[in-house]
Each structure stands twice: as C-alpha cells, then as structure tokens.
Design a protein around this ligand. Structure first.
Ligand SMILES: Nc1ncnc2c1ncn2[C@@H]1O[C@H](COP(=O)(O)OP(=O)(O)O)[C@@H](O)[C@H]1O
Ligand SMILES: [Mg+2]
Length: 478
C-alpha cells in the first residue's frame, strides 16, 4: 500500500503542491527517492534513516520507494525530510493518518498564521508526533508570534547638527522616497542611515504578511516569529547581481526583495559594480523583479526605499573649502567618481542632499531636544494621511506618495497657478525629465502632508525642487 503525504515545492513565493508517496514493498532491501530530487533531497534518505533509528524505529528490510509527484517538477531543499519520515512511519504502522499541517517545532509560530481553522501540529521529535497520533501525549496548537519592535533602536538624538540631513531623512521616511546623501568621510552619513528604522512606522498587517512571505522563502525568519518592523538591508558594495536582485541556483529572493516595504541602504554607493547598480533601475520603477531562467520564471515583490551614501570623490574632500586635490581640479576628480553612477539611476532618486562635515562647535553642543520619537510621530501622521487619501480614491495598493503614478499622482498633486508657473520655469531651467517632473511632484506632496496641508503650496514645490538640483549636477558628471 502507498502512503501519501502532501507537501509543497516553492516557485518564488508561490507554493506548488507535491505529493510524497511512500511504498514499502517486498524485494531486496533498498531505499530510493525519485521525482527529480536535488542533492539535499537525496540525502534525506540518510537523515530519515538516522532519525528513525534515533527514535527507536528500525527501517524494514524491504524495498522502500519514495516518489515525489509531479515527477517533472524539480524538488529542492531539506524540507522534504519530514514528509518522507511521516510517510515511512505511516507505512510501517507507527503513525495514524491525520488531516492538518505538520511542521517542525521551530516553525510552529510561523505556521500558526496559516489559518485559524486548520489543525497545526508542531512537534519537536518524531516520537512526540507518534505519541500525539496515539493520543498518549497531545501537542498544543502553536501560537502565532509577532516580535515587537525593540526599544533599542539607534536614536536620531545621537546626531549633533546636520539639521537639513535629518529633515531629508524625515521626508524620505514619510513618503517612501529614495534618498542619496553626498558628503565627506566622517560626516555621519552611515550614522544617519542607521537611524532610519527608528523613525519608520511599523508594518501594517497586510504588509507584514507580504514581507514575511519573502523572508520565509529566504529562510530568514528567526524562531518562527514574524516581526512588524520594516526591513533594513545594508548589503556590502561587493554584492553580486544575484545577491542583490535575486536569482542564483535556486532563484532565491535578493536583497531588494528582502527590503520589500523597507529600506535598502547602499553605503559607498559608487563602489558597487555599475552593472549591479543599473539592475536596480527596473525594480525601482515597477516594485517587483522577475527572474527568468531557461526552465522557469519567478517574480518577487521589491517595493523598497533606496538610500545611498557616497563621498563626493575618491579622496572624499572635493567639497572641502580650500582643498586642492592632487589628482587635478577638484571638480574633475568629483566628476570621475560620480560618473560611476548612471544618469537613469540618479534620475530615480527623489532627494539628493549634501551632508557637510560637522564642525567641532556642533559636536560640543548638548544633545538635540528632538529625537526619533518626535520625528516618528510626524512620519506616522503623514503616512496615515497618504494611506487614507489613496484608499479614498479606490487605490488600495498604494500607500505612500512614492508609489503614486500617472493619473493618481496628478489627482493628488494638483497645483494652483503660482505653483504651475514655478514648476514650468524650474523644469525648463533644470531640464527636468518627465520622470524628474513627477518625482518633484511626489516629494512636494509629501512635504505638504508633513505640513498637514491639503494643497501643495509654492514653499513645498520650491523645497522639493531644491532636493532635485543636486541630482542635476551629479547627472551632468555622469
Ligand atoms: N553629526 C554627528 N554627531 C555626532 N557624531 C558624529 C556626527 N557625525 C559623525 N559623527 C561621528 O563620526 C563617526 C563616523 O560617522 P559615519 O556615519 O561613519 O561617517 P560617514 O559614513 O559619513 O563617513 C560616527 O560613528 C560618529 O561617532
Ligand atoms: Mg560611511
């Protein structure tokens, strides 16, 4: 008789049903796994054999065949161990049948999110499972767990001076805008970015599920507890293209998908390989990434906020007053370095700011009165206003101004005559691209939201344009 155990194979974040069929038949003793298993699945034989022996169960000296259907779907990973072991136990009569979801103990809190109706069994060992089915030791249903945001996040209070950089950080957080910080080494760029998580609002329940799905496929959920904290990913600049956008042998999600609904921080921005940086262009526009291989394609969500930090040139001091670079003219040195960034990538960044070196006079000041808590409150208020506005327009998928496109953006960012005149002049003078024009509108909308203003005013537009001006300089260097 054949025992069936239902499990899944992953295709991106989609799950495809796999039927594990275990048969114990007369014949020469053997233990075969068929159905396109990869190395990890084939090795399940040895792990299952060891686990059963450790549980005091011996494998029968007969011919054991494990088939995983559909046979043409490649099976990868070690999560087939449990269904194979369960099927075998059922085949040798150590298990009763059961309807429900069975998972390892550590995955229990994560599995408990699946459905309140479904029976979920999270067992620490095969013995516990056998006892559960016999009824001698019934296992409790695991409880869904959420890890609350710890209070130990780095605080903006630690940063002395740098008021305009902090303001830009607040705007970026409020509207989900991409941000690029340019400044000499030691100015506090990395320090500013590291404090971004402390001012971002927690994930909404719908966002939490999306983020957790990606994290789960990547095997990044610690102790099975989901977290309502926005992801903050800071890959090193040596990162390869598959590491960043996803792919590789098993088409795993990359950093941009793991940063979904959160922040992707690229420190030392121009040091990333130019091809890797340019691969971010499409996901930055579409909010997802499709990885295509010869035999399959998977799509992962990737709606992230990109934050970059860079020095103005290789020596880092091109913007110092009175500094003369040995390589030649300061602006030549800066143009060479900044030229590593492509124009289209720069065009996708809404906020460009210069972070000047902090003066000693600033450093000896007492800590600023305003910390992350106050800023986070303003960011949360602005985000709530945005979510409510887009929900009222029937655009449930859009939650921040950064996500608003085309007609939705024109609807929410209506300008009065003075505003129209200002942006027309500025667009000519700064030679704004169509994308640049829309990005200015989005930032202006966020500035108005931070001011709790219904309409975008000239001040908002002017400030939004000022964040764009630097982009122009960098783009011309590129
Ligand atoms: N505004 C500031 N207030 C307090 N300390 C600062 C400030 N800016 C820089 N520092 C100090 O300088 C160090 C280097 O800052 P960092 O963020 O690594 O610089 P960057 O990334 O711009 O090169 C920080 O760890 C911090 O100790
Ligand atoms: Mg740094």
């Amino acid at each position: 008789m054949v025992q069936h155990v239902a499990t899944v194979a992953f295709e991106g974040i989609e799950a495809r049903a796999v039927d594990v069929q275990v048969q114990v038949a007369p014949g020469l003793p053997a233990f075969n796994v068929v159905g396109l298993p990869d190395k990890a699945v084939s090795e399940a034989r040895e792990r299952v054999r060891a686990a059963l022996i450790a549980s005091g169960l011996a494998l029968p000296a007969r011919r054991i065949t494990v088939n995983m259907a559909p046979a043409d779907l490649p099976k990868e990973g070690s999560h087939y161990d449990l269904p194979i072991a369960l099927g075998l136990m059922a085949a040798i009569g150590a298990n009763a049948r059961s309807e429900g979801l069975i998972c390892p103990y550590a995955c229990g809190p994560e599995a408990a999110w699946a459905s309140p109706e479904m029976e979920i069994i999270a067992a620490g060992s095969l013995i516990q499972l056998a006892n559960h089915f016999k009824g001698s030791q019934v296992l409790m249903r695991p409880k869904p767990k959420v890890r609350e945001t710890p209070d130990t996040l780095l605080d903006l209070k630690d940063i002395k001076g740098q008021e305009s950089a902090k303001r830009a950080l607040e705007i970026a957080a409020a509207g989900g805008h991409n941000l690029l910080m340019v400044g000499p080494p030691g100015a506090g760029k990395s320090m500013l970015a590291a404090r971004l998580p402390s001012i971002l609002p927690p994930l909404s329940p719908a966002e939490l599920l999306e983020v957790s799905m990606v994290a789960s496929v990547a095997g990044e959920i610690e102790e099975g507890a989901l977290t309502n904290r926005r992801p903050f990913r800071a890959p090193h600049h040596s990162a390869s293209m598959p590491a960043l956008v996803g792919g590789g042998l098993r088409a795993k999600p990359g950093e941009i998908s793991l940063a979904h609904h959160g922040v992707l921080f690229l420190d030392e921005f121009p040091e990333f390989q130019p091809a890797v940086l340019d691969s971010l262009r499409q996901p930055l526009e579409s909010g997802d990434v499709t990885i295509v291989r010869a035999n399959y394609r998977v799509t992962y969500p990737a709606r992230f906020m990109m934050v970059g930090a860079m020095n103005p040139c290789r020596c880092g001091r091109a913007s110092d007053p009175g500094f003369a670079c040995r390589r030649g003219a300061n602006d030549r040195c800066a143009a060479d370095y900044q030229g590593r960034l492509s124009g289209p990538l720069i065009d996708r960044i809404d906020l460009h700011i210069e972070v000047p070196a902090v003066s000693a006079a600033d450093l000896i000041l007492p800590a600023p009165a305003e910390g992350s808590r106050e800023v986070a409150a303003r960011v949360a208020r602005a985000r709530d206003a945005q979510a409510a506005r887009y929900a009222a327009l029937g655009l449930a998928g859009i939650r921040t101004n950064a996500q608003a496109h085309g007609p939705a953006l024109e609807e929410v960012a209506k300008l009065d005559n003075a505003g129209l005149a200002l942006i027309r002049d500025a667009a000519d003078a700064m030679r704004l691209s169509a994308r640049g024009y829309h990005r200015v509108l989005r930032v202006a909308r966020t500035l108005a939201d931070l001011d709790v203003a219904e309409k975008i005013g000239r001040v908002h537009l002017a400030e939004a344009l000022s964040y764009r001006a630097l982009a122009d300089e960098v783009r011309r260097a590129a």
